[in-house]
Design a protein around this ligand. Structure first.
Ligand SMILES: Cc1cc2nc3c(=O)[nH]c(=O)nc-3n(C[C@H](O)[C@H](O)[C@H](O)COP(=O)(O)OP(=O)(O)OC[C@H]3O[C@@H](n4cnc5c(N)ncnc54)[C@H](O)[C@@H]3O)c2cc1C
Length: 497
């Protein structure tokens, strides 16, 4: 099949998803005669949250050739080496653990961690807490930059924290300077062709915007994909209880660590995200277990803002569209789906969606096979991320509120997740099982699953642990910590704010 002509792309929505997609598709087709138009309504505005990323955002900027020195200061951005989970387990010694982004140094330490986890799962009393085995944790605790000195070419992968409004504005300026058209107007109607494809967007100022491909980045409204084309929505509510968030910023009170903090609360969890200019805070909760007022009060108390500052409550629609690509419409961002922000994966999926779509389109345009394969891959990505996030709730080791008890008793789990849990408890190789799941393309690595299980202390109770028998090989945690400390000394201090 011949490569289709570069298309005229119309993106509805100027939030992070809209501008990320516009930049990527312009990069793909702009120089070959394609065009990208972004239509957004300033009066509707953007959701304005979403301040944490995975390393995929780094790959995005590198793909576009945008240097950190250009975008990070403009977006109040800081580095992120991983997420520290605090209070998700009541087990002694498991009050908190770090989920790191991996790097080449971890290739030396990870096998030791996996080995000790395997022993501990069998009741052998050996050290297997994730914090002891990964460079990113050592760097974050030491308030180090993820970028090593020149003599040490083994930096870990990393993501960022950023101001969502400023990121959108930066990308808008970058894109429009390179030829992306920006229309500030409200779309009133979506005109269809007799075949049911999208023909044009009809705007309240009378403009009719035609295109070949329409990308729906209209946020939770999902104006084209769900409202006009009727794309079915698959809710994740029975797996993931949280449906609200209350957010409010605070000033910096202590030096920045390059990490997101994810702290368990009575009816959910709260994030603490350090930007250069402020700290972003948000409590993600289930309205079935706590009211908006009580959640706001609990957040205010936790961050020391009882009597000051404005809080904003957001509703979250958790799930995904059955098919991200319908006819000539691609859904991306909140219009496509949302899992919940625990692992900060939303923009990651936006980037993957746009890049994969461009590849699929190039390989033959609007064929049913292209669409089906693409939709299958994106659906598998959502399910893979969802399962890992659901595992945080299902495996929680708290008993203080009905929210945590009900999560721990939740049996509405996918078969893949059930298989992972069974494998862990029956001492099977979860790495091999993980590699086979989600079409052989699991989103989370074996290391991440081990950090989750081990970080919660999902091992036999301490009273049942046996001392290691003589001669048993045990990975040396002290030696590993010393190796990581030596590596960490090659990284400069990090003090962005
Ligand atoms: C509580 C919370 C925390 C989150 N945390 C993270 C995180 O840490 N990391 C992460 O990656 N993601 C996170 N997300 C998700 C993230 O916020 C979104 O993925 C991201 O902001 C992209 O949103 P969007 O562009 O899809 O939608 P929006 O920002 O809502 O943008 C929608 C756009 O569509 C336009 N629009 C809508 N209707 C019309 C119309 N009729 N005419 C014209 N324009 C229209 C609006 O004007 C706006 O420009 C979080 C989300 C929530 C709710």
């Amino acid at each position: 099949m011949s490569t289709p002509a570069p298309p005229r792309v119309v993106v509805l929505g100027g939030g992070s998803a809209g501008w990320i997609t516009a930049c990527l598709l312009h990069h793909q087709w702009g120089e070959r005669g394609g065009s990208v138009t972004v239509v957004e309504s300033p009066e509707i505005g953007i959701i304005g949250v979403g301040e944490g990323s995975t390393p995929q955002l780094k790959a995005f900027f590198e793909h576009l050739g945008i240097a950190e020195a250009d975008w990070m200061p403009a977006c109040d951005a800081t580095y992120k080496l991983g997420i520290r989970f605090t209070g998700w387990s009541e087990r002694t010694g498991c009050e908190s653990y770090f989920h790191p982004f991996p790097g080449p140094v971890d290739l030396h330490s990870e096998p030791g961690f996996l080995h000790n986890c395997a022993l501990r799962r069998r009741g052998v009393d050996v050290p297997a807490h994730p914090d002891d085995w990964f460079l990113a944790e050592a760097l974050s605790e030491g308030r180090k930059s993820p970028i090593p000195e020149e003599n040490f070419p083994f930096g870990p992968s990393y993501g960022y924290h950023f101001d969502a409004h400023k990121l959108g504005a930066f990308l808008r300026d970058w894109a429009t300077k390179r030829g992306v058209t920006h229309r500030a107007t409200r779309v009133e109607e979506v005109e269809l062709t007799p075949d049911g494809d999208v023909a044009a967007l009809l705007c309240d100022d009378g403009e009719r915007i035609e295109g070949d491909i329409f990308v729906d980045c209209s946020g939770f409204r999902s104006l084209i994909a769900q409202q006009r084309l009727g794309a079915p929505f698959i809710p994740f509510g029975e797996n993931l209880f949280n449906d609200r968030a209350v957010v409010m910023p605070t000033a910096h009170r202590e030096p920045v660590k390059p990490q997101t903090d994810s702290i368990a609360m009575s009816g959910g969890w709260r994030w603490s995200i350090p930007l250069t200019s402020r700290v972003g805070n948000g409590y993600v909760y289930s309205s079935k277990y706590i009211s908006d007022e009580d959640a706001e009060a609990e957040l205010r108390k936790a961050i020391g803002m009882e009597d000051q500052g404005d809080a904003r409550v957001l509703q979250m629609r958790v799930g995904r569209v059955a098919d991200s690509w319908t006819g000539n419409c691609l859904a991306a961002g909140l219009s496509q789906g949302f899992i919940e922000p625990l692992e900060a994966t939303a923009l990651h999926i936006v980037i993957v969606t746009a890049l994969d779509f461009a590849r699929a389109y190039e390989s033959g345009g609007f064929t049913a096979q292209n669409r089906e394969e693409f939709n299958w891959r994106i659906a598998a990505k959502y399910e893979g991320i969802r399962d890992y996030i659901v595992a945080h709730y299902r495996l929680n080791q708290r008993s203080d509120t009905a929210y945590w008890r009900d999560n721990a008793a939740n049996h509405a789990l996918s078969d893949d997740l059930k298989a992972m849990m069974t494998a862990w408890f029956t001492h099977e190789d979860i790495g091999r099982l993980n590699a086979e799941q989600h079409g052989g393309n699991p989103h989370y690595a074996n290391m991440s699953w081990h950090c989750l299980f081990a970080g919660y202390g999902t091992f036999p109770p301490q009273a049942k642990m046996q001392a290691p028998p003589p001669g048993l090989h045990i990975s040396d945690v002290e030696q590993t910590r010393a190796m990581l400390a030596a590596c960490a000394s090659n990284f400069p201090d990090y003090a962005p704010a």
